[in-house]
Ligand binder design. Structure first.
Ligand SMILES: Cc1cc2nc3c(=O)[nH]c(=O)nc-3n(C[C@H](O)[C@H](O)[C@H](O)COP(=O)(O)OP(=O)(O)OC[C@H]3O[C@@H](n4cnc5c(N)ncnc54)[C@H](O)[C@@H]3O)c2cc1C
Length: 620
């Protein structure tokens, strides 16, 4: 790993330096000429009520029972893009660049653009602070492709400036580090423990509220050289590690007490959306979890069926950047290229504080239009060279536009329902791409003195709804300055992977999705208040006094599903992947989205957006 210190991998497993932002922005009451300004809305965000119901009815086959005939808008576009995430925006940008006069319409079901790349803002004392409600960073385990790097450079983002915008030493200089919260429901007592490194000695273990057996086994797990399969060569060892979960490896192969797993269960949440019960031991090894010290396999070598996430890649490590709103800045820079009037300014620095003018997104007479709150519900290819008809909902009523070409940059799971004309094999492959449910919550707090008193900036809290709590990144960029003084308001970032340990991974994702759709904001808010009170209370934190705002970004359809050698045999044997079948072009309809690469990263969204646009440009 390079010296950039923070990665999504580190950050989400709660073991890294974590970090905050503050700036002076004009205005910012969440209302613009009476219309909502989406980034400033708090409460339940992400997949908001109103954005998904019609699409669920489409899935259930009930939507068209109640809808009348679509009203013909008379609008014709050279290209309609379904999905205003980074993939759809990249597709539109590439098409626009190659065919400058082309008329392009981008549809999205949400009230904000960017898809998972989502900006949150909070106001206090005349200042605005920014948080990321989804996609955190330019950070990918595999190196960015030439196409993705090229687009990032065209947007004016210089990732090599990362070291100059991050205040790397701030938290360390204040004596802050990682912590682990042992909760009374699981461990019999509430206790915040700091100073837990990768190797745990008996003195450290004695501080943990665990059984003597579990303490002893934790020391063994992190320090002893196990070699359970001395007769196997490294290739065969990897095959075994690819077929057994990390939790079974620890208990069944190493024979250790299951109690030790409490410390590691959520360490894989940030990348896999599931715990170590559903993550192959091989991937856990590459991610640095303990137990492999004595085995004759090199953890930096990629093994059969190993997940992209755990592939160590020094190139990728150097290619890293974090904006205060995460990769929402990429989405905003793309929108600025497509519709300059919507986002003032001209650089990747000034975009951070630029206030988007949502009224400019869908203006008649412009060559590019972005239409929010407009789920596409049917895409019907024209006969012969005829145009494709795209039906979408406008305030619940069907409306149709015609299109010379269509890029489907939405979630692959939706496409079989949207476009029944696709071949059965392709529809099955598209449906394979279920999404991984996640929650990214920003809690805006009055100050961070409690963190300083407790000596933490990043806490694992596996017993709570959100399993990690982090102080935001200390990033200063453009006119935006992170919080430096303990008395200043700061954004806390909390995350959750909604999963159900013990089930096969896709069933965990399905159960988690149901949980997220059925849990009310008030319930989540109550868990946050209780959690922060219990974890930080001994540092003087009082939820009623210190919490200024909460934005829960719920993503029941979050990460793209990445193949897993415990469950996807084709992946272990490097057979044909469903995403290869799913992304085949169909006449003048092409398929984008990160799902097209089964790879849950911004670079996949860009690569497949550009590829989908290029397929249309090349063939007609
Ligand atoms: C919480 C979270 C954190 C992440 N962190 C990182 C990170 O740090 N780094 C990284 O590289 N990647 C990260 N990712 C992954 C990254 O966000 C994605 O790979 C990428 O942004 C996906 O872009 P996309 O355009 O393919 O899809 P999306 O962002 O999902 O955009 C697709 C859009 O299509 C819309 N849509 C769906 N159906 C319809 C329809 N019928 N009509 C109209 N619109 C429709 C969706 O609502 C959505 O807005 C993260 C993802 C999540 C969920």
């Amino acid at each position: 790993m390079s010296d950039r210190d923070i990665t999504r991998r580190d950050f989400l497993d709660g073991m890294a330096l974590a970090v905050g932002g503050a700036m002076a922005l004009p205005g910012g009451l969440g209302l613009e000429a009476g219309a909502p300004y989406p980034p400033a809305l708090t409460g339940l965000r992400g997949s908001t009520p109103g954005s998904f119901e019609a699409l669920h009815q489409l899935r259930d086959g009930t939507l068209f029972q109640s809808l009348g005939r679509p009203a013909r808008s008379g609008e014709h576009y050279d290209l309609v893009v379904v999905g205003a995430g980074i993939s759809g925006l990249s597709a539109a940008y590439h098409f626009h660049k190659e065919r400058p006069g082309a008329r392009i319409l981008i549809l999205d079901n949400h009230d904000d653009f960017g898809g998972h790349a989502r900006r949150n803002e909070f106001q206090h004392g005349g200042r605005t602070r920014i948080g990321y409600g989804g996609t955190q960073s330019i950070d990918s385990p595999l190196p960015y492709s030439g196409i993705a790097r090229g687009l990032i450079a065209e947007l004016g983002i210089d990732v090599h400036r990362w070291n100059t915008v991050l205040d790397r030493d701030l938290y360390r200089s204040l004596g802050l580090g990682p912590g682990f919260f042992f909760d009374r429901e699981t461990f019999g007592t509430d206790r915040l423990v700091t100073g837990l490194g990768p190797r745990i000695d008996s003195a450290t273990a004695a501080r943990l509220p665990m059984s003597d057996q579990a303490r002893g086994d934790l020391v063994r797990l992190t320090t002893e050289a196990f070699d359970p399969w001395p007769e196997l060569d490294p290739g065969a060892i990897r095959e075994r590690l690819a077929r057994i979960s990390y939790s079974r490896f620890v208990t069944d192969v190493l024979g250790l007490d299951a109690g030790v797993l409490h410390l590691y269960q959520t360490r894989t949440h940030g990348l896999f959306g599931a715990g170590v019960d559903a993550v192959p031991a091989q991937d856990a090894m590459a991610l640095g979890l303990p137990g492999f010290q004595g085995m004759k396999v090199d953890r930096t070598v990629v093994g059969p069926g190993q997940n992209y996430d755990s592939m160590p890649s020094p190139d990728a490590d150097d290619y890293y950047f974090h904006f205060p709103d995460g990769n929402a800045s990429i989405a905003r820079l793309l929108v600025r290229k497509l519709i300059p009037a919507a986002i003032p300014g001209s650089t990747a620095d000034d975009v951070v504080t630029a206030r988007a003018d949502y009224a400019q997104l869908d203006q008649a007479g412009r060559s590019v239009r972005i239409r929010l709150r407009s789920p596409a519900v049917r895409v019907t290819p024209g006969s012969g060279a005829g145009p494709t008809e795209v039906v979408y909902l406008e305030q619940g009523r069907p409306r149709s536009v015609s299109a010379g070409a269509v890029v489907l940059a939405c979630w692959h799971q939706v496409i079989p329902h949207l476009c029944p004309a696709l071949p059965d094999l392709q529809r099955t492959a598209l449906a394979f791409a279920i999404k991984v449910p996640l929650v990214y919550t920003n809690v805006f707090v009055r100050n961070w003195t409690a963190f300083q008193k407790l000596g933490v900036n990043s806490i694992q809290t596996p017993g709570f709804f959100h399993t990690s709590v982090n102080l935001d990144f200390p990033v200063t960029i453009g006119g935006y300055h992170h919080a430096r003084r303990l008395e200043e308001p700061i954004v806390l970032h909390l995350s959750k992977a909604a999963c159900k340990p013990g089930l096969p991974i896709k069933d965990q994702h399905r159960a988690g999705r149901t949980e997220l759709y059925t849990t009310a904001f008030t319930t989540i808010e109550a868990t946050i208040r209780e959690q922060l009170g219990r974890v930080l209370g001994s540092g003087g934190f009082e939820p009623g006094r210190d919490i200024l705002g909460i934005t829960v970004n719920r993503w029941p359809h979050g990460y793209a599903y990445q193949y897993n050698s415990l469950y996807d045999d084709f992946w272990l044997h490097r057979g044909e992947q469903p995403c290869e079948v799913a992304r085949r072009p169909f006449g003048r309809i092409t398929i984008a989205n990160a799902d097209a690469g089964a790879y849950s990263y911004t670079d996949a969204a860009i690569d497949h957006g550009v590829r989908a646009a290029e397929e249309l440009l090349t063939h007609g």
